[in-house]
Write a protein that binds this ligand. Sequence first.
Ligand SMILES: Cc1cc2nc3c(=O)[nH]c(=O)nc-3n(C[C@H](O)[C@H](O)[C@H](O)COP(=O)(O)OP(=O)(O)OC[C@H]3O[C@@H](n4cnc5c(N)ncnc54)[C@H](O)[C@@H]3O)c2cc1C
Length: 347
Amino acid sequence: MAAAYSLAWDVPLHGRNTFHLDARADCLATVHDATALPSLLAEPALQDLPLLVLGAGSNVLFATDRIAGCLIHLQCDSIRIVGDDGGHVLVHVDAGCEWDALVDWTLDCGLQGLENLALIPGQAGAAPIQNIGAYGVEVGTFIAAVHVFDRQTAAFDRLPTERCGFGYRDSVFKRAPDRRIVTAIELRLPKAGATNVAYAGLGEELAAMGGLQPTPRNVAAAVRRIRRRKLPDPAVTGNAGSFFKNPVVARAVAVELQSRFEGVPVFPASTDAERKLSAAWLIEQAGWRGFRDGDAAVSAQHALVLVNLGQATGPQLLALARRVAASVQEKFGVALEPEPRIVGATF
Ligand SMILES: Cc1cc2nc3c(=O)[nH]c(=O)nc-3n(C[C@H](O)[C@H](O)[C@H](O)COP(=O)(O)OP(=O)(O)OC[C@H]3O[C@@H](n4cnc5c(N)ncnc54)[C@H](O)[C@@H]3O)c2cc1C
């Protein structure tokens, strides 16, 4: 029988983060069977090491060349239907499953809900961490429960969605990093119903594709086309997608900004007392789009994306991110918060 996990030491991470940074980790534990997590965590060699879960590395910035500690990488990737109430299907997805492959699997099964989230890189286990979202949809809407190993209680647990604390790019998992290792997610997906094409550009894309009907499959195809056009491909140019969250400010702050700066885009937030601003707009207006310092750059394609044009280091990208945030703070008085996890430094 194959081992439930394996350990490797002094591991290069260049191929394990989408910024393609040349960091190394003291240790990497690859887990093939999540039920073995308690045995893995009891390994004598790991007792004094900090632990960090690493999925596909598409939302991390290694800010140091050496990750002192052990990275835990889950490779279990089965998907199975575990319930059907007629209108909805309950799907159990192992954490190691590739997200976009899962989106295709649901479409092949005639299920909907995830089509707007097509082509987001990463593993299914990372999806609840920042409640991944795109084109007007957040995954939390479809998550029935998250299965975890809780390192605080040393026990497996199942958190129904009410315990997940999902918010904009936020969850209980993000607020207590590494406390819970997500082993699987349970999705509750509708078999039918209207798709969500309200987000700017989606309807136009379907029209440009020959006036396609907004079926889940067509919406996924439209989302993929827009994303390929708008975002640099991490396989070609190292990046972690949006580097900053869209700032959420008090409504009065948004109104005041609109009075001082022409054309400030303002969006609804989760409460009426707040508004969401466009981080990309603020960064672009502060003059950063296309800025390059060595190989660390702000994408010329999309101002929200920091890119590694070749040999940038984590500290160089972090320094650039700090400069961008400081200049937005100075010009607009708005604080930007990074979206990826910064490993080995604070922002
Ligand atoms: C080109 C590009 C486009 C992107 N577009 C979007 C987008 O539209 N919307 C969006 O929300 N995100 C987007 N992202 C960010 C990223 O793809 C998602 O956040 C994704 O869910 C990260 O998955 P991952 O497996 O790569 O996680 P990693 O980057 O490996 O990890 C991210 C965080 O999750 C934690 N984590 C990962 N797996 C687990 C687990 N099993 N248990 C506990 N903690 C875990 C890590 O410790 C880390 O804190 C984009 C990234 C790129 C490169």
